[in-house]
Write a protein that binds this ligand. Sequence first.
Ligand code: SF4
Length: 138
Amino acid sequence: MATPQISRRDFLALAGLTSASAGCPAMAQALKAKDPDAGLKTFQATCSMECLHCNLKAFVKDGKVVKIGNANAFDGKPCARGLSRIKWLYAENRVLHPMKRVGERGEGKFVAITWDEALDTIAGKIKEAIAKDGSQSL
Ligand code: SF4
């Protein structure tokens, strides 16, 4: 049977972790100080507007998401789109409420409307399409 190989660096890291888990407060404190995520709140997350494939974790500091990573039980690899959610979340041009076009298509003129108005408009258009061309038109 082959003997497992371990580097000196891995051995020392493992020994440090073992000491910490065995209750060495000084080592545990040192490891915590090296952990950049220590003190951050975490929340279960995923990409609801995309594929919902990954089980993600959002790291929150002072009420703002500062990092996205894997949830503990998920061993897949989140894609770059998912990991870049923070940029989308806090983008200056992110649309935060419904907007209605008031100019010509492509002109870029919009006004803010309420959610009720937006939903009524959408429901009205859906009913209109069904009445005109049947449910297959959707
Ligand atoms: S990280 Fe990428 S693959 Fe995972 S759920 Fe989000 S969009 Fe889908």
